[in-house]
Write a protein of this length. Structure first.
Length: 155
C-alpha cells in the first residue's frame, strides 16, 4: 500500500489571505457608489424614485452619524482638557488651604519674651523667623528651635 504525503491533504493547505482596501466605507465611498450606479444604469429601465430616495436617505444618515462621531470626539477632548484644568485648580486650592491653616508668623510673635520648652530643654524666645513654611524660634542662648517641636509656653 502506498503512503499518502500529509502535505497533500486539504486540511494542511494554506489559504492565501486576500487583502482589500479600507475595512469600512465612508460617506465619500458611498457617494461614489451612488454616482457610479446612476451613470451605469440601464436607460430603458432607470432606477426608481423610491430606490434613489432611499439611497439618498441612507447617505444623509451616514453623513449625520459621521458628524455626530466627530462632535463626540471633540467633546471628549474638551472634557479631558477641562478635567486637567480642574485638577490644577484643585491642587492650587489645597495648597492655599494648607497655607491658610498653617500657623503664621504673627501668631508665634506672641511667644517673644516667653519661655518655651521642647525635648526637656527650655529657653526664652528672642525672635520668630519664617523659613519657607517652617517657623523657627531664636532663643536668648543663640539656639534655634522649630516651633512645631515646642511642648510648653510659659511666662
Amino acid at each position: 500500500m502506498t503512503a499518502i504525503d500529509p502535505s497533500l491533504l486539504l486540511s494542511q493547505r494554506q489559504v492565501a489571505q486576500r487583502e482589500t482596501g479600507k475595512s469600512s466605507l465612508g460617506k465619500d465611498d458611498f457617494l461614489k457608489i451612488l454616482i457610479a450606479q446612476l451613470q451605469h444604469q440601464d436607460p430603458l429601465n432607470p432606477m426608481e424614485d423610491r430606490e434613489f430616495i432611499s439611497q439618498m436617505a441612507n447617505f444623509s444618515s451616514l453623513e449625520q452619524m459621521v458628524n455626530m462621531s466627530n462632535m463626540m470626539s471633540k467633546f471628549i477632548e474638551t472634557q479631558t482638557g477641562t478635567s486637567e484644568k480642574l485638577t490644577g485648580t484643585l491642587d492650587a486650592l489645597q495648597k492655599l488651604i494648607q497655607q491658610q491653616s498653617a500657623p503664621s508668623l504673627a501668631q508665634y510673635s506672641e511667644w517673644i519674651g516667653k519661655t518655651v520648652t521642647w525635648d526637656e530643654k527650655s529657653g526664652v524666645v528672642q525672635a520668630v523667623v519664617q523659613k519657607g513654611t517652617d517657623i523657627w524660634l531664636e532663643l536668648e542662648q543663640g539656639e534655634t528651635v522649630l516651633a512645631s517641636r515646642v511642648t510648653k509656653v510659659s511666662q
